[in-house]
Write a new protein. Structure first.
Length: 324
């Protein structure tokens, strides 16, 4: 059974129609990327699944429960991290997670076990008794992710979950999201193409509230070779040292480098023997020896898929208007 079902969903805010007969499904174990330009309906879609809104037409189902029949059980099915994590600065991490757990209806020993699981999943033990106001951006985002999995929900909704993190924090967050997704249906909204590329095996692309395309991404299977592209800035001597350090990392097959826009801008192709690779040691060396500009998995060009799909949708709309 699909964990998330959208069946010809319409959503209006006053006279403005935000979603137009939107249909898709997400299965357990999938991490599906939700992409689209600003105003395409991504956040509205997540809020419909979370139970914040009701569909004006069509059906939204979570674990077989229709949106108009949602009751208290819905809290146990869905974990939701909005773009701005709902944190309370005056609480410690432990106090905050206990508060959120009780809001979800988790009590007693179940709450204690769920809190320990969430702490461990996102490496929060060292800041358990630290006030949220004193946390770094990375740890604040971890706390937001931890609250989303309290109560062991079967569906995770993540809205811009890695936005604003530095390269090391982004890699850590990706790995944590992968672990948290095991056995769950995950819908991951982001405006960053490389995040969809890195995390998702499928992308749903929206345009003006309409489904433009639902496309699988060509991510190599676990056990197959995976290339990482690293855009890096540094001197020639530092590049030589970086290549030597990265080549020595367990699982790295080869490191190729070519010049970018300037003599100090380099594009490294790093071949790993497994997928997903561990990027922490690569980025540690890259940050130690120079400046990381961007990094992403080599494979499907999600940006090309998005741009081409949006352009085709615009052509289709224009043709419909001409016929009318």
């Amino acid at each position: 059974m699909a964990s998330i079902v959208f069946d010809r969903v319409d959503k209006f805010f006053g006279p403005h129609q935000v979603l137009h007969r939107l249909s898709f499904q997400v299965q357990p174990g999938e991490i599906v990327g939700l992409l689209g330009p600003n105003g395409s309906g991504k956040t509205t879609t997540l809020r419909l699944i979370a139970g914040y809104y009701q569909a004006d037409a069509g059906r939204v189902k979570v674990q077989g429960m229709a949106g108009r029949q949602i009751d208290g059980r819905h809290r146990n099915y869905v974990g939701y991290l909005p773009e701005k994590a709902p944190l309370y600065d005056s609480l410690t991490v432990s106090q905050y997670l206990q508060f959120v757990g009780r809001c979800k209806g988790v009590r007693g020993r179940r709450l204690s076990a769920s809190l320990d699981t969430a702490m461990a999943a996102f490496n929060l033990e060292e800041v358990r008794n630290t006030a949220i106001a004193r946390l770094s951006k990375g740890f604040r985002q971890r706390a937001g992710l931890a609250q989303a999995i309290l109560g062991d929900p079967s569906v995770l909704l993540l809205d811009e979950a890695t936005n604003g993190l530095d390269p090391i924090q982004t890699i850590e967050a990706r790995e944590m999201i992968r672990r948290a997704s095991e056995g769950r249906a995950v819908l991951f909204s982001s405006h960053l193409m490389q995040e969809i590329q890195a995390l998702c095996t499928r992308a749903i692309i929206l345009r003006n509230g309409r489904l433009v395309t639902d496309v699988p991404l060509n991510v190599p299977a676990i056990g197959g070779r995976q290339n990482i592209l690293l855009h890096w800035r540094g001197s020639a001597a530092a590049l030589k040292q970086l290549r030597a350090n990265v080549t020595a990392i367990d699982g790295v097959l080869e490191v190729q480098a070519r010049c970018g826009a300037t003599t100090e801008h380099h594009i490294l192709t790093i071949g790993f023997a497994q997928r997903p690779p561990s990027l922490n040691p690569v980025l540690a060396y890259a940050l130690e020896l120079g400046q990381v500009e961007q990094f992403f998995y080599e494979g499907s060009n999600v940006e090309d898929i998005l741009v081409n799909a949006v352009r085709q949708a615009d052509r289709n709309i224009q043709q419909m208007q001409e016929v009318i």
